[in-house]
Design a protein around this ligand. Sequence first.
Ligand SMILES: Nc1ncnc2c1ncn2[C@@H]1O[C@H](COP(=O)(O)OP(=O)(O)OP(=O)(O)O)[C@@H](O)[C@H]1O
Ligand SMILES: [Ca+2]
Length: 951
Amino acid sequence: MSANPFEGYLNDNEKQVDDNLNSDESLLLSTKELLSKATPSLEFCKISVEETVDRLNTNSKTGLASTEEANHRRKEYGPNEISVEDDESLWKKFLSNFVEDRLILLLIGSAFVSAIMGNLDDAISITLAIIIVVSVGFVQEYRSEKSLEALNKLVPAECHLVRGGQEAHVLAAVLVPGDLVCFRIGDRIPADLRITEAFDLSIDESNLTGENEPVHKVTSAINKETFNYDTSGIIPLSDRTNIAYMGTLVKEGHGKGIVVGTSTNTSFGAVFEMMSSIEKPKTPLQLAMDKLGKDLSLFSFIVIGFICLIGIIQGRSWLEMFQISVSLAVAAIPEGLPIIVTVTLALGVLRMAKRKAIVRRLPSVETLGSVNVICSDKTGTLTSNHMTVCKIWCLGSMTNKLNVLDLQKTKGTNFKNYLTDDVRATLNVSNICNNASFSVEHSKYLGNPTDVALLEQLSKFELEDNRPNVKKIHEIPFNSKRKFMATEVFEQDGSHVLYVKGAFEKILSYSNTFLNEKGKIEKLTDAQKVSITECAESLASEGLRTLAFAKLQMKGTEPVTKLTEDMVTDLTFTGLIGMSDPPRPTVKPAIEQLIRGGVHIIMITGDSESTAVNIARQIGIPVIDPKLSVLNGDKLNEMSDDQLANVIDHVSVFARATPEHKLNIVRALRQRGEVVAMTGDGVNDAPALKLADIGVSMGKMGTDVAKEASDMVLTDDDFSTILTAIEEGKGIFNNIQNFLTFQLSTSIAALSLVALSTLFKLPNPLNAMQILWINILMDGPPAQSLGVEPVDHEVMKKPPRRRTDKILTKQVLRRLVGTAVCIIVGTIYVFVKEMAEDGKITPRDTTMTFTCFVFFDMFNALACRHSTKSIFEVGFLTNKMFNAAVGLSLLGQMCAIYIPFFQNVFKTERLSLGDLFFLLIVSSSVFIIDEIRKYWDKKKAQNDPSYYSMV
Ligand SMILES: Nc1ncnc2c1ncn2[C@@H]1O[C@H](COP(=O)(O)OP(=O)(O)OP(=O)(O)O)[C@@H](O)[C@H]1O
Ligand SMILES: [Ca+2]
């Protein structure tokens, strides 16, 4: 479920199976037509930045002057939100429910016939019953719509806004034309923007235009003379190279732009309106339910036709037979089934959102229960992403790995005394080659956590941030593929220096000299290189992220024209710093549970092998033999997909991996038929997230690109939330099986009851109105409440469900048939017993039968709350909605027996307390028998551990 209506339509999304190609094509055509309509971006792409600023009365540096001005504009343009107005009134929708259902029409017809034949009582009763049935159905449908709507609001769009010269992070909804917006790689564009600044900017517009290549964007106006208009004078979307469209994704670079169009005044908005009028594709589960519903309808129609025929042959009143048949059809057809499934899924998703996992596509809920491999990033997901510098080591001052400056052990000491020249130089590199910045608002450093940690330690040495004293010229930014960062500066004294920091094996391979404790540059011998590597390995094997630092005196007093990676060579090594990033406390227990439930956990990290192995052991990922279980990025590069697929079974850690590797890993796993969940947060992670069965992105650290590509967003970035989500996913599936058991057993029981009594020439045990009331119980609130049964944490003990497994498993079928038989036998017993007492059918007899059936149904519902656990383990009070639904149903039943008006409608009579007691005893049998079954199954499971996996 996402706010992006294009998903699965214009993109050839692998996960969506669309067999309806023709309608897709016509969809594309009408989309094209809509997109060629004039929006403000068409006007503004032809004029310069200055003119745009003038026309919108704003400023290209400081944005709109004030919030008042923005509020003023919002009154005119409305909020920057696209909501779909539902123009049909509730009344109309309600009334249409009477007309759309053919069975209901038939019932209304039969009421008419009754009235004409002078049977006014019957006519009124049937009409009332119809109204109740339709109302309950309507309320349920309405609820389902509302909960689906709520899903769309789970991931609100945000953006960086500049107003009155102040930058702030705000919701995209507050934007108005004239606002100035900043965006960078990974962001989603919040409105239609006229670009005013662009640095290496390219934007992925595939969700608007279908073009997969990102479009390079510039600031200059489109030249009216040279541009080849088509006859309509419309410049195609993809040619408006100075416009950033709402909903598109920044693939590279950064820039700024002025809002020219918001909400429906954007190209995105124009198409959104059309798309939202199209029904969303259904999830596999919903489709399976639809099919089940159809099969059941066919089956019940045959049975009912049969009943009707026999009844008429027997010479029963055809009108009564007709009414009963139609009511039976209404009851036996689980028309509420698809709605209950949708509501169950939607409510489940909302519940997951409260537990910090936002599922963006409904089908993912079902997939979650089948996940059997989870690939997770280390930093920030498994660890807390708060780094602290622990250890510093320099070759000159400390010579070997036994001698390390430990900033944590020597607490309270003044580290100023440890500032030998090489330590000082290392700290200086870590300071200057650094992009974190101090935020006065938050009174702490913000930025890359590694960079932040390096700045935070300066104060321990009474050092100040030295960056204001140098002039920065160029930078090679850090990225996960490069694994180092370099900064070219001019010092105050005019010297020209390159500062470099990064993964130790990289830096070491670029170095040929080192700085000693006196500040002298010496040649680096092979033996010394070995010492450095030994020390780095020793830091890393303590689980510390280990960086090496180096510098290079550059030639010339002029800056280089372009700083490239091959200039980073012949460096002077200064030292190593190790920083800790402790695992999140919740991760270890989560991993334990997942592994016990048969899920394979794989850690993918950019850190070194030793660091990764240490952390993996800390959090309980089994690394038995590092040779087999750990795979390094370089080795991965040399492997083919097949080779990887062959060994991946044993691998639990990928070290020194790049985002590109993730794609190979997912591919190899899927080739083996695994159901894979993969985490990621960067722009480069998007392809892997898309390919994974469940792509998981990070709500805090993740980019919009990653979020768009993912199926699920973790709002707290915490690995253990994945466990929560899987748990909920499995729970939802169980709940669906449980209410299916309930619905189908009731339905079978009602059908068989009437069929049997007809066959044995007995009078009908239930009349039409009574059958309709039973329909409300089985299609309505009690069934729905089974769908919100809280998750049983023990579902994690069961292995992941196979993707091909049916919903109606053998166990479920056996159970529901057993239940139905019990209800039928019990109800017929009561019916025959009552009838035998006086030899004829009185209202009392049908009242007893009717109430007996309803009581049976309520006990059945109670038994269906859990498939394997006794209600005494589950607890009577754990599902409030269930108790309310059953309570209300029983209250309704009492009304039907005791209130004169309803007695008329349902043709009932008052029963004595003793009668009720007797019925309770009879009907509780269905519950008691099921409890015995559960006890028995459990016994069997204890004796045979493999049995559990089958239940
Ligand atoms: N800001 C930085 N500047 C220079 N080098 C860095 C920086 N951050 C990390 N490194 C180096 O690059 C290596 C890999 O970092 P990378 O960011 O790829 O891993 P990560 O993505 O943070 O980890 P994970 O994949 O576990 O989330 C680190 O081990 C470190 O040596
Ligand atoms: Ca029904």
